[in-house]
Design a protein around this ligand. Structure first.
Ligand code: COA
Ligand code: AMP
Length: 638
């Protein structure tokens, strides 16, 4: 990128005006088995495909070229695990060894190019070895977040149809050990698709029972594969071949399998490390997310390793493991240059240590910036972190669908003035517009739906797994020629993008993306519930929290507190603890329009204590008053 423009505005303009030149230049940072001769083919796929004739192996780019290019002794992964009281450092040389042996073992289990592998593991190095081993073979991994229940895991197993599943016996939360294996067994029982084998990493905190003939012990299998010399070399794949499927909440209970292709992802992530995060190879990058989320896929695993950095794999929380100084300790101890977390984590730290006194215990001289994403960053928390750290605090906006930032502040190109509450400007390749309901651009400074003019840049999803039509319907039909982000927002006169919230029924709880439609489906299946609605209400710590309203079937006279306990348990059991569903209010009626549409947006305004206009189409205004009273009884709203 030596002769590329170095000012943000020129660079962004060049990325749109000369798409081929811009991305072929960025692609030079990748080792290709067959280098791309053109960047984009608009004739392929739903809106075109990136690097259509090129071939590469993502694992070779993330591991071997560093191990063989002078970084064999540099730490690739630092596993820092306050919940187990352990730390482990894995160099690039060791990572190459671990990954090639595990890939050999997977190949022996029949895993090859294009096969799916489900990964149900906590934040342990073996989870990264697995993702990379899949990439080495050209297999497609699908990581499932540990906070989901068996049902959700079953839905993903059924859709991805994995040949094998790799899981750990447990995850560790500060207050409890979460036994994963019973959840895995239940999920496989419920799924019509059965994997041929499961490889189980036994952790001492909860040793799992094994199923004869299906389950294999990780440690003994890997040791045997090593003794037998079962190593696999990287398999070159098409740049357009999927690297992974990551399921995310859709507007129905059925999750969407976001497909990530191989070549475009490597190019976009590598570009971002230099130009957005301003990180150099060899530096230490700490992304405090979870590998079950897109942020974890991109910035715990792939981007830092593709760039030859050291990635910190942190198995702990921002607070309570042991205290609100945890992130600062990790940053100081490992010489972190860039920290990336969710605003919720920052709010949790601020709540416990409002004067940031814990910071005084640590030397953060090597830390250059804090990046935030996953949910709206409230200006108070951003300002607090700026004051406490004395470093840039950068909000940036993205989605599982894009795999990297849509808008951000490109510190490595030209640091833009920070505006609190805004995610700064579009990244290269994103042609961002704010549209009204009719698809017309709104005036500057006016709120609308943020849409991205097609084509989307590299790394963005080409489709949904086995669901091309759902992909088109979900994203490409609302505004023809555009990708609908389903985020509402504003672009100001300086071109700064502010993201205000979802336009669909997705809510963001502690940076975790959840579907209220999915929770409604669970409540509606309770035998006493006639109808229900779930909305996201403002929460000082988690940004949003789900709140359910249920109307009982006639003749049911169960006490509301008993029903609430049952409903809370049901959501936890069927979606998982991550839904953080704790409120289920029994009400007489739900507010509706005359055509029967539930007025969820108005209910939310009441719950958030905001002014609202009485919807002209409301069937009976008294119902809204009743909702307000029910909420007030629980200390919610005005
Ligand atoms: N496996 C199993 N259970 C999990 C889990 C996992 N990986 N992650 C969370 N859970 C459980 C929690 O233990 C909790 O269970 P509980 O109801 O028994 O207490 C529940 O899911 C809700 O978790 P969470 O919403 O995270 O709340 P919390 O009170 O445990 O923690 C914070 C609050 C702020 C510390 C935590 O939400 C946090 O670290 N947030 C940042 C999130 C983040 O980085 N997101 C990444 C998006 S980029
Ligand atoms: P996920 O797919 O889990 O990454 O969630 C994506 C959604 O999170 C987006 O559609 C936004 O609604 C929200 N989001 C992510 N980052 C930001 C941000 N920086 N500001 C506001 N909302 C954000």
């Amino acid at each position: 990128m030596t002769d590329a423009p170095r000012r943000y505005a020129d660079l962004h303009a060049a990325s749109l005006a000369d798409r081929e030149g811009f991305w072929l230049d960025a692609a030079r940072a990748i080792d290709w088995d067959e280098a791309p001769t053109r960047a984009f083919d608009e004739a392929q796929g739903a809106y075109g495909r990136w690097f259509p004739e090129a071939r590469l192996n993502v694992c070779r780019n993330a591991v071997d070229r560093h191990a063989e290019g002078g970084r064999a002794d540099q730490p690739a992964i630092i596993h820092d695990s306050p919940v187990t009281g352990t730390q482990r450092t894995i160099t690039y040389g060791q990572l190459q060894d671990e990954v090639s042996v595990l890939a050999g073992l997977l190949a022996d289990l029949g895993v090859g190019h294009g096969d799916r592998v489900v990964v149900y593991m906590p934040m342990v190095p073996e989870a990264l070895f697995t993702m990379l081993a899949c990439a080495r073979l050209g297999a497609i991994h699908s990581v499932v977040f540990g906070g989901f229940a068996a049902n959700e895991l079953a839905a993903r197993i059924e859709d991805a149809a994995p040949k094998v599943i790799l899981a750990a016996s447990c995850g560790i939360e500060p207050t409890r050990v979460v036994a994963y294996k019973p959840l895995l067994d239940a999920a496989i029982d419920r799924s019509a698709h059965k994997p041929e084998a499961c490889l189980i990493l036994q952790r001492p905190q909860a040793v799992a029972d094994m199923t004869e003939g299906r389950d294999r012990d990780w440690a003994t299998s890997v040791a045997q594969a090593r003794r037998d010399g079962r190593r696999a070399d990287p398999v070159p794949v098409a740049a357009t071949d999927p690297l992974y499927i990551l399921y995310t909440s859709g507007t129905t209970g059925r999750p969407k399998g976001v497909v990530r292709d191989s070549g475009g992802y490597c190019v976009a992530l590598t570009w971002s490390m230099t130009n957005l995060y301003d990180v150099a190879p060899g530096e230490v990058y700490f992304c405090a997310s979870d590998i079950g989320w897109v942020v974890g896929h991109s910035y715990i695993v792939y981007a830092p390793l593709l760039h030859g950095c050291t990635t910190v794999l942190y198995e702990g929380k921002p607070v309570g493991t042991p205290d609100a100084g945890a992130f600062w300790r990790v940053a100081a101890e490992h010489g972190v240059s860039t920290l990336f977390t969710a605003p919720t984590a920052l709010r949790a730290i601020k709540k416990e240590d409002p004067r940031a006194q814990k910071l005084a215990d640590y030397d953060l001289s090597r830390l250059r910036a804090l990046f935030l994403a996953g949910e709206r960053a409230d200006p108070d928390s951003v300002a607090w972190a700026e004051r406490a750290l004395g470093k840039p605090v950068i909000d940036h906006w993205w989605q599982t669908e894009t795999g990297w930032a849509i808008a951000g502040n490109p510190l490595g190109v030209e640091p833009l003035p920070v505006k609190h509450g805004s995610t700064a400007k579009p990244m290269p390749g994103y042609d961002l517009h704010v549209l009204d309901e009719a698809g017309k651009p709104v005036p500057t400074g006016t709120m609308g739906t943020i849409a991205l003019k097609l084509p989307l840049p590299p790394s963005c999803l080409p489709t949904l797994w086995n669901a091309d039509e759902r992909f088109r319907q979900s994203y490409l039909t609302t505004f023809p020629g555009y990708y609908d982000t389903s985020d509402a927002g504003v672009v100001d006169a300086d071109g700064y993008v502010t993201v205000l919230g979802r336009t669909d029924d997705i809510i963001n709880v502690a940076g975790h993306r959840l579907s209220t439609g999915g929770m409604e489906a669970v409540l509606a299946s309770h035998p006493d519930v006639a109808e229900c609605a779930v909305i996201g209400i403002r929460d000082a710590l988690k940004g949003e929290a789900p709140c359910g309203f249920v109307v009982l079937k006639s003749g049911v006279d169960k006490p509301p507190e008993v029903l609430e306990r049952e409903l809370v348990a049901k959501v936890r059991d069927e979606i998982g603890p991550v839904a953080a569903f704790r409120l289920a209010l029994t009400v007489g009626r739900l507010p509706k329009t005359r055509s029967g549409k539930i007025l969820r947006a108005t209910m939310k305004r009441i719950a958030d204590g905001e002014d609202f206009a009485m919807p002209p189409t409301i069937e009976d205004p008294a119902v809204l008053e009743e909702i307000g009273v029910s909420l007030k009884e629980r200390g919610i709203g005005g």
